[in-house]
Design a protein around this ligand. Sequence first.
Ligand code: PHE
Length: 356
Amino acid sequence: MTATEYTNKLQEVVKNLQEALTKAETNQEITELKTAYLGKKGHFKALSQQIKDIPRTEKKEIGAVLNDTKTQLESLIESALATQTTTTQSWVDLTAPGVKPKLGHMHPVSQAMEEITHIFEQIGFTRVRYPEVDWDWYVFEALNMPKSHPARDEWETFFVDAPTDEKMGKMVLTTHTSNGQVREMERLNSKPPIRMINIARCYRRQQDATHTQMFHQFEGLVVDKGITIQHLKGTLDYFAEQFYGPGTKSRIRPFHFQFTEPSFEVDFSCHICHGTGYLDTKEEQKCRFCKSGWHEVGGAGMVHPNVLKAGGIDPDEYTGFAFGWGVERTYTLKEGLNLDDIRLLYSGDLRFLTQF
Ligand code: PHE
């Protein structure tokens, strides 16, 4: 058999089915045709077995035609069945609830970023974005971490294989949003007041159940005359109440960062047990979400004079505070999500994502 003869046969089968379907009146008749044409002993099967008689050089092309024929037969049956159900249905129940279309929504992390932005915009902060591949200068050096300073080890850095700049140093994937501090001072020509909220992707060489190599941070920076720790504390309390709900408190504990002095770690009171560590007033049932009443979230402090200087601002005239931490953690805490594996957030798994 030649390829042309074979192709003709295939076309004929499609035509025959088309014709047969015009006469089929019930669902059952269509289903019978389906078996006759596409079943194990059907016309299509018989034809596909004849492909062995086709000369080898033409087999590949004919294979594609054969597949095509099958798809055609299938869709003929499918659309016949579909019209069958609609045309034979003689009544419509107008009171039946409609079928809701599936609507997409923003990723939970994007939702959190929008909310964080909104909360800070309410008190006069400006949302900014800075490069996520940046110079060593902005990520470390200008933040009072000279080359080979041991404090840099805290940030497990990805270096970019690109030419080094004499002043700016190497290019890195930003390990934190603090690279935005000196950039913001420069954007405003070193002229406070500064009220910045910088939200961006960060990258660190780490990957396990509680860390992803890519994550998001948000960073606040305020510089003006007479800014004190009280302003920092007030801002943290404000955020805690707005984001986690009324009554949530913040707590700062001494810590060390090269770019702030003094430096703090920031905790928020657990909004599930309201900071008591217990779920009941008799203090018998421990809160399993926090254990101690508080959640550590991130870092903060008063901007180091050397950082102000790097941004061209006179530290004798101005002071400032900064804070920064992860969006993912901030968000999962709020939802009361004890995620076994934070990587789920980025799995793209709709069974997980549609819950938020
Ligand atoms: N950049 C710090 C970190 O990633 C957090 C921080 C921001 C600390 C601002 C102090 C001030 O851990």
